[in-house]
Design a protein around this ligand. Structure first.
Ligand SMILES: *Cc1c(COP(=O)(O)O)cnc(C)c1O
Length: 421
């Protein structure tokens, strides 16, 4: 798409955007009585207007039915984890039985590693990206220690080349090959939280399998943002949270993917709970754990219904919009942002996110070379909500569900002003 940095151009794009109606389905935060320019959907997605209604429906069921709500009402709680499957499957490129919403991301990653990180003296390493999100670093460090290995030896980090921020796919593949045989697990994020780089999930998974390792992904910044093909790419397992691009509310339920190659296996060790137990026999309260087939067999507890209601509310919007259409708009919206940031005269800023749309989602990470914090503060004073990361990075996410081209234009205008004050 050819861009022009004018308000008229932005307005024209909004007028012809088939998804522009979705903006009204979200509540925008207000600052001093005026709506904010919100670009932090990578951290916490906005509240869907229908969330209240979905939560109220469950409050009503609880009020009117009490325990009978498990089997009666519009969405009986006994089946609650099933109501998100179709939508999550579409968003992640999975089959419905390969996905389930449960727990929180960090908990899920530990649970999945119980099954998929089974180190032995020959094969015990985990290959991951350097500079991963802290929770992922701690998960992997403590898992390695739990099994009696030394993190310094067992964790192999792939680092950017000198002077670069992002990882080169060829470097990732090379390190996996070099550690073939001694690697038990390759664990990456889908979209890197700091740089916004979208890793090549298919290539990483293939290389992991060729090296005799499992491939797992933390999709916190990828789900609802980029096109995923977890089933076809033969990813072994993945997990994500639902409060970033999935707009389900702070700390809300996460999700997991387990490839059907593994979901049918009964030999995989796991930590069991009654909600993962054979549904037909769940209330017989008998000894002997029989896991459900598919991802459901990793569930532990019954569903946190009140908050998961908000998850369903948001997924209903994704169903209406369709992830492919959202991604098409997303590429154009982020392209517009990149165009504006790169305007002549903006050599005070570098975009560290890959320039190729296929290697990024909707987030751009901007390094502000001088007085970054002052630029950030100027933006904040002007009702812009973006995210500041020490020492000099501003992360901006243009979310196709609720951001407009006009938002992007206005942001660019304020950014250029901030650089000249
Ligand atoms: C947001 C995020 C998390 C958060 O973990 P929670 O268990 O939901 O608190 C973990 N990992 C990555 C990569 C994230 O981006």
């Amino acid at each position: 798409m050819e861009y022009t940095n004018t308000l008229e151009f932005a307005k024209k794009l909004d007028a012809t955007d088939p998804l522009s109606y979705l903006r009204d389905e979200f509540h925008f935060p207000e600052i001093n009585g005026k709506p904010a320019l919100y670009f932090t959907g990578n951290s916490l997605g906005l509240q869907p207007v229908n969330a209240k209604e979905y939560i109220n429906e469950e409050l009503e069921s609880w009020r009117q039915l009490g325990a009978e709500g498990h089997f009666q009402g519009k969405r009986p709680w006994f089946h609650y984890h099933k109501f998100s499957k179709e939508s999550l499957a579409k968003i992640t490129g999975a089959k419905p039985n390969e996905v389930v919403a449960m727990n929180n991301l960090t908990t899920n990653l530990h649970l999945l590693m119980v099954s998929f990180y089974r180190p032995n003296r020959i094969s015990y390493k985990i290959i991951m990206e350097a500079g991963a999100f802290p929770s992922d670093m701690y998960i992997i460090e403590t898992q390695v220690r739990y099994h009696g290995y030394d993190p310094g030896d067992a964790i192999v980090e792939v680092k950017p080349r000198k002077g670069e921020y992002c990882l080169r796919n060829e470097d990732i593949i090379k390190i996996i090959r070099q550690n073939a045989g001694s690697t038990a697990l390759v664990m990456f994020s889908g979209v890197q939280y700091y740089t916004g780089q979208f890793f090549n999930i298919q290539a990483i998974t293939r290389a992991a399998h060729d090296a005799g390792a499992y491939a797992g992904f933390d999709l916190a910044h990828a789900v609802g943002n980029v096109i995923l093909k977890l089933h076809d790419d033969e990813v072994d397992f993945a997990t994500w949270c639902s409060y970033k691009y999935l707009n389900s509310g702070p700390g809300n339920t996460a999700g997991i993917f387990v490839h059907e190659n593994h979901g049918q296996r009964t030999d995989l060790l796991r930590f069991g709970g009654w909600w993962g137990h054979d549904e037909q026999k769940r209330f017989l309260m008998e000894k002997g754990f029989i896991p459900m087939k598919g991802a459901d067999g990793w569930q532990l507890s019954n569903v946190n219904v009140l908050s998961t209601a908000a998850h369903l509310a948001s997924l209903a919007i994704f169903d209406k919009a369709g992830i492919k259409k959202l991604r098409e708009k997303s590429v154009n919206l982020t392209g517009f942002l990149a165009f504006i940031v790169n305007e002549p005269g903006s050599d005070q800023i570098s975009i560290i996110t890959p320039a190729n749309p296929e290697e990024r989602g909707c987030q751009l990470s901007l390094v502000i070379h001088k007085k970054g914090k002052e630029v950030y503060d100027y933006l904040t004073r002007n009702r812009v909500i973006v995210d500041w990361r020490e020492p000099d990075v501003i992360r901006v996410a243009t979310v196709p569900l609720y951001n407009s081209y006009e938002d992007v234009y206005r942001f660019g205008n304020l950014l250029h002003k901030a650089l000249t004050v």
